[in-house]
Design a protein around this ligand. Sequence first.
Ligand SMILES: Cc1cc2nc3c(=O)[nH]c(=O)nc-3n(C[C@H](O)[C@H](O)[C@H](O)COP(=O)(O)O)c2cc1C
Length: 150
Amino acid sequence: MNDLYHLAYVSDVQLVEPGQTVDEALLQWHLQQILDAAKRNNGALQITGALLYSGGHFAQVLEGPQTAISDRYRRISQDTRHTNITPLIYEPAEERQFANWSMVLCGPGEVHGLPSDFEAKPSPGSVEAGDLGKSIVASLAEAMGQRSFT
Ligand SMILES: Cc1cc2nc3c(=O)[nH]c(=O)nc-3n(C[C@H](O)[C@H](O)[C@H](O)COP(=O)(O)O)c2cc1C
């Protein structure tokens, strides 16, 4: 059986204490820390995926074996560097969209076709959540497809 699942969620970035100003260098350092941990863990778990950081929000897609995905998501959703973590889709996937990346960070400039309110938090399990999740997977996959050709 092909045990391939994918999961997408959106969340609000919380890299500094409320009221603290976010210095660009500090922000980049935090993002790199997240990416380093993701790469370190995901490879061993056969997880691949993409992380979008845009306008104070994250959107992330994880793909891989079902148990690995749900375990990692549980860990990620307890991370205090983000909040309001809202799952959008968690379902079998036909193929990997991010096979080349244990985790890749995408910037807003290279991602097109996302709803402008991608950070909206639809009720988990709703049609809106499913639609947004699919749109996030497609937009990030498209962006990363472009990147591999440049
Ligand atoms: C937005 C965001 C995305 C993350 N993505 C991943 C990920 O894909 N894989 C992962 O292992 N950890 C990810 N993390 C980090 C985990 O929450 C956690 O800090 C890390 O897995 C702990 O790794 P360690 O046990 O090696 O220290 C993410 C954290 C945040 C805030």
